[in-house]
Design a protein around this ligand. Structure first.
Ligand code: MGD
Ligand code: MGD
Length: 765
């Protein structure tokens, strides 16, 4: 029996290199760089205990998905490094990535399938056999389908592996009600804005040509706290070589500390700033006229639109000096086309977000940055074929970070979702276009309007932490006929499930290939480093077993994932052994720059050009050019609730990971230090928060700091878990989600703007 280090301590991880990682990125130097070696020979070191087995994987500790190399000895994983052959990680890994070992051996993990025995929310379960759990789910699903139609089943998915559920199973089963939080609660405004402007989405890997970039502007994007491995490497590279950095953030973020210009904007007013930048670029003739002439349409309408949107106009709105607005526009133009406003990632802020992102892209276009060296390259998905299956019953509607082209041309009958879904003619019931909005599927579970969603399969979504207004979500869960949760940890929503299916972690399973749209499109392998712990199973296995029980066996015409992967890999002249020989990754050639498109256009819009003026928005009765819409100010005594990332944690899923919890166990409330004095609150004091609707969260420790404006507070997302089974995360810090009882709906993409909530501070009872 292999020795399983159930409790990995900081000391153990010092041996494996993680503690070094906590101070920054850690390079892959084979195993020679491990600190224990540097300190001298260690006879007990894990790498002397047996033959080291090396496997290839894709990190699932955050959605950036770095390619990794996993080292195990005698069935125990000890160390994870960045894969030097992976275009994304480039051999480096962040502390969260290295903490995958600790995540794997978290003693609080779900261990066996369970069926609810108590009331929903009580968290009382009985362990059952897999066959029993799957038969029960299949029986319920078939009953619901017969009674109410397959669209009465919703499927939510996130984390790597979600394609088996929110895409393949959902489309085969025939529900348009499949959604990912990484869409309407994250990137959908920028993907829609990019589609409207350039005809293609941004994709999962933001395509900045960092190596030649000279000037970077960040609107919100808090690189350093948003600690995606490669983005931090690239940002450090730009800073190190003296590149110009402009940061627009109400908070003096980590990125702002490295900036040449910090614009502490009044929250919610960025579109006014962007319009004023466009005004300066046009009126001072700082735009790339030849580039726009060749590649863009709508310049004259744009120039007319921003004629009066002067820096002075924007200064009133944004609380920024007009001169600073002019200076920063000129700084960008000075470096054009090697100047870019980063597309951002979590961009669902105030409800008018697609328009704000259109304004971002228009600035980039005026700078001539698309398809230019030092600007934004054109990324491309790798070529690989799917495993053949019958036509799907519905088109893909879930969206996500790295959407791949689907098989939507082979559709059968299309049931319609309550929130509408993409159709060939672009018409939707609610939104112009874009994937199904997760938060909009909650109400139909409660009200039955326009029809009742009766069942929910939730794969890898932290339902009560990722979707706003968790009390509303609980009400929805109470109403369901069937709630199946597939997870690795006993997160808060697990207590509400009828049936819990425990998944093996990414280190214990094969999974779908990672096909990343990139400058050099690539395919990466995920293979198990060890056998699944406990009575857990991979998500693909569950999807196949359930599919076979509900009549979808033709969608799973393969015996296991090795066969499935081999079939796909053959279409690119490879197989599993070959992929391992290639160190887990196949890199293809892309067409990143304009010069690679001789005689054709890289812009897939109806006009084949960058559409500064969006005719499709005009056709739908929406603003074809971005318009600034004022947001409500906080009421007297309240602050706008801002939130973001903490470098050591990912969303709400790593707070229980032993080494990460040890490094940072509870979030803090950033409060302006002068305001703290006025309120009589001391730095480090614990307070409670109450929002405009009376929802409360806390206690949370105050960080009194001059680094935030007077009108806002800030906290890292993901804390304040109410799940007692998460022994390290339970009751630590405050949950931003609990304080987000409302959101502003983006009419174009269905995104949920979460920064429209206000909180007041009360002393801890
Ligand atoms: P944002 O919400 O854009 O998130 O990371 P980002 O895309 O960077 O940025 C939050 C910043 O916006 C904060 O600094 C906040 O002060 C500022 N802000 C708030 N309101 C306003 C405003 O009105 N205007 C302006 N200009 N700024 C404002 C999210 C990204 O992080 C995502 S989506 C993922 S999937 C990854 N998740 C993740 C993680 O979970 N953990 C870590 N450590 N890193 C991560 N990186 C990624
Ligand atoms: P996580 O907390 O990472 O966030 O939304 P989620 O992806 O829901 O939850 C991941 C879930 O997957 C957890 O329940 C975890 O235990 C489980 N899990 C981990 N590994 C596996 C696995 O291998 N298999 C299975 N089956 N489950 C696994 C993120 C989403 O949240 C995003 S992308 C953004 S940008 C938004 N951010 C955000 C915010 O900043 N604040 C608030 N209030 N809401 C937000 N919602 C959005």
């Amino acid at each position: 029996m292999p020795r399983v280090p159930l409790e990995i301590t900081r000391r153990d991880l010092l041996k494996s290199g993680l503690a070094a990682g906590a101070a920054g990125l850690v390079g892959t130097n084979g195993l020679r760089g491990a600190p224990a070696m540097a300190a001298g020979p260690d006879e007990d070191a894990w790498y002397r205990q047996g033959e080291i087995r090396t496997t290839y994987n894709v990190c699932d500790m955050c959605p950036w998905h770095c390619g990794v190399v996993v080292h195990s000895v005698d069935g125990v994983v000890h160390k994870i490094d960045g894969n030097p052959h992976d275009p994304k990680s480039r051999g480096m890994l962040c502390p969260r990535g290295q903490a995958g070992v600790s995540f794997l051996y978290d003693p609080d993990r779900l261990r066996a399938p369970m069926v609810r025995t108590g009331e929903r929310g009580e968290g009382r379960f009985q362990e059952v056999e897999w066959d029993f759990a799957l038969d029960l789910i299949a029986q319920k699903l078939n009953q619901i389908k017969e009674r109410s139609g397959q669209e009465s089943v919703a499927i939510f998915g996130h984390t790597a592996g979600d394609s088996w559920w929110a895409e393949h199973f959902a489309q085969a089963w025939g529900t348009p009600n499949a959604a990912k939080p990484s869409s309407s609660l994250c990137i959908s405004p920028r993907e829609e804005a990019s589609l409207l402007t350039f005809g293609t989405p941004v994709g999962g890997h933001e395509p900045l040509d960092w190596a030649e970039l000279e000037c970077l502007t960040l609107i919100g994007s808090h690189i350093g706290e948003d600690s995606r491995n490669t983005v931090m490497q690239d940002f450090a590279g730009l800073h190190g070589r003296g590149g110009t950095i402009i940061v627009v953030d109400p908070r003096f973020s980590s990125a702002a500390t490295k900036a040449d210009h910090w614009l502490p904007i009044k929250p919610g007013t960025d579109t006014a700033l962007l319009l004023a930048w466009i005004h300066v670029l046009i009126t001072e003739e700082l735009y790339d006229a030849a580039y726009l002439d060749r590649w863009a349409t709508g310049f004259d309408q744009l120039a007319e639109h921003v004629r009066d949107m002067t820096p002075e106009w924007a200064a009133e709105i944004t609380d920024l000096p007009a001169e600073a607005i002019r200076d920063t526009a000129r700084a960008m133009a000075e470096h054009a086309p090697r100047a870019v406003i980063m597309p951002g990632r979590h961009v669902t802020w105030y409800g008018n977000d697609t328009q704000r992102m259109r304004a971002v892209f228009i600035v980039n276009a005026l700078l001539g940055a698309y398809g230019r060296h030092g600007g934004m390259y054109f990324n491309q998905a790798p070529y690989i074929q799917d495993v053949p299956h019958p036509p799907y019953a519905v088109a893909g509607s879930a969206g996500g970070c790295a959407a791949e082209p689907g098989d939507d041309d082979e559709l059968g009958e299309l049931p319609t979702g309550p929130t509408g879904k993409a159709r060939a003619d672009g018409a939707r019931e609610t939104f112009l276009q874009g994937p199904t909005a997760m938060q909009e599927l909650i109400d139909p579970m409660i009200t039955g309007d326009p029809y009742r969603i009766e069942a929910l399969i939730c794969y890898g979504v932290n339902l009560l932490h990722s979707v706003p207004d968790p009390e509303r979500t609980k009400e929805a869960l109470r109403n369901l006929e069937l709630f199946v949760a597939i997870d690795v940890l006993p997160q808060e929503h697990i207590a509400w499930a009828d049936i819990v299916l425990p998944e093996s972690t990414y280190l214990e399973r094969y999974d779908e290939l990672f096909t990343m749209a990139h400058r050099t499109p690539y395919i990466h392998l995920r293979e198990p480093a060890i056998e699944p712990l406990y009575d857990t199973k991979p998500g693909w296995w569950m999807a196949k077993e359930l599919g076979e029980r509900v009549g979808l066996e033709n969608f799973f015409r393969w015996d296991d994932l090795e066969e499935y992967l081999t079939t796909r890999l053959r279409s690119v002249g490879s197989d599993l052994d070959d992929l391992r020989d290639r160190r887990g990754v196949i890199v293809q050639e892309g067409r990143p720059f304009l010069e690679d498109f001789e005689g054709s256009s890289p812009f897939a819009t109806p006009s084949g050009k960058i559409e500064l003026y969006a005719q499709s928005l005009a056709n739908a009765g929406l603003d074809p050019l971005p318009v600034y819409e004022p947001v409500e100010d906080p009421p007297e005594g309240y602050f706008r609730l801002l939130y973001g990332r903490h470098p050591v944690h990912t969303f709400a899923k790593t707070q229980n990971t032993p080494v990460l919890s040890e490094a940072f166990s509870e979030n803090e409330l950033w409060l302006n230090d002068e305001v703290a004095v006025e309120l009589g609150v001391a730095d480090g004091e614990r307070v409670m928060l109450e929002n405009q609707d009376g929802a409360t969260s806390g206690p949370i420790k105050v960080k009194a700091t001059p680094r935030i404006r007077h009108d806002a507070v800030f906290m890292a997302h993901g804390f304040g878990s109410d799940a007692p089974e998460l022994t390290r995360a339970h009751g630590r810090g405050a949950s931003d989600t609990k304080l987000q009882t409302r959101y502003a709906l983006d009419p174009i993409c269905g995104g949920a703007g979460l920064r429209v909530n206000f909180v007041r501070i009360t002393l801890e009872a």
